[in-house]
Design a protein around this ligand. Structure first.
Ligand code: SAM
Length: 274
């Protein structure tokens, strides 16, 4: 059977007696128009390698395979093995690995060539996965990821906006970030409590060194841990007013107005003082 001859996703789920499990953050996209749009926004095609986290019933996987890309999918829920075996039989370009995406070595999966990360992420591990991909040893060619709308806002908002915080600083220090599609809760089966959005991230050519990224994580944890306090107070244990001045910033500013470049300067000043 080829991809085009596969039965609908709903039929396939029913035939395998599968239902969504809350513990795995499962909210499925069963409308191929939606998954095809995500694949289009990801901009992948023949010759590209995609790593997809959480294929589940395989709706997004089908859309990605239709572009001609080669897909390595990582799924934690073993219940999907028979269903995904059928999808593998329909496409020579799909390889499925049953593992926890938090623990897989993407460098080994990518085998030394560029790979694009695309996923309708499980809500419960979306943020830790993103931090792993942005600060770990492997750099994706691009990331096209579905998050809860509130997390998408935290990723893309600028200083002074409500959702700007630690996650946005780490993302924007390493990538260009754009919210490219809003997806209402009703598009999922079962519908989650909140709406979602797809963000597209492109790693910057000049990625901060691992040492700078580690320092950035420490600085942002302290600064946004007490986001209403002035930097000279929230960063007291890391160097306080002297550290903030060494970074060329105003010690009276609060974390929520400091731009990403300011946090990188703080990370550099902290490294220099260690
Ligand atoms: N891609 C499918 C879709 O769009 O319909 C399913 C998306 S569902 C939101 C998240 C998927 O991630 C589920 O299949 C779930 O089993 C899987 N998952 C959850 N935690 C995971 C983990 N730590 N590693 C790999 N897959 C995981």
């Amino acid at each position: 059977m080829s991809l085009a001859d596969l039965p609908s996703l709903r039929e396939t789920l029913e035939r395998h007696g599968l239902w969504a499990k809350k513990a795995f953050g499962q909210h499925f996209l069963l409308d191929l128009n939606v998954t095809r749009k995500i694949a289009r926004l990801a901009g992948v095609g023949a010759g590209d390698h995609v790593i997809e986290v959480g294929p589940g019933p395989g709706g997004l996987t089908r859309a990605l395979l239709e572009t001609g890309a080669r897909v390595t999918a990582v799924e934690k829920d073993e219940r999907f093995r028979p269903l995904l075996d059928e999808l593998c039989a329909a496409s020579p370009d799909l390889n499925v690995i049953f593992a926890d995406a938090l623990k897989v070595d993407e460098t080994a999966l990518a085998a030394g060539a560029p790979a694009h990360l695309i996923s309708n992420l499980p809500y419960n591990v979306g943020t830790p996965l993103l931090i792993k991909w942005l600060t770990g040893p492997w750099t994706p060619a691009s990331l096209t990821l579905m998050f809860q709308r509130e997390v998408a806002d935290r990723i893309t908002q600028a200083p002074g906006e409500d959702a700007y915080g630690r996650l946005g600083v780490i993302v924007q220090a390493t990538c260009s970030a754009e919210r490219v599609m809003d997806v209402p809760a009703r598009a999922f089966t079962p519908p989650p409590k909140v709406d979602s959005a797809v963000v597209r991230l492109k790693p910057l050519p000049e990625r901060p060194s691992p040492e700078r990224l580690e320092a950035l994580q420490t600085i942002t944890a302290a600064a946004f841990g007490q986001r209403r306090k002035m930097l000279r107070s929230s960063l007291k244990v890391l160097g306080g007013e002297a550290l903030v001045e060494a970074a060329g910033l105003d010690p009276h500013d609060r974390a929520e107005v400091v731009p990403v470049a300011g946090f990188l300067a703080l990370a550099d000043a902290w490294i220099a003082r260690r």
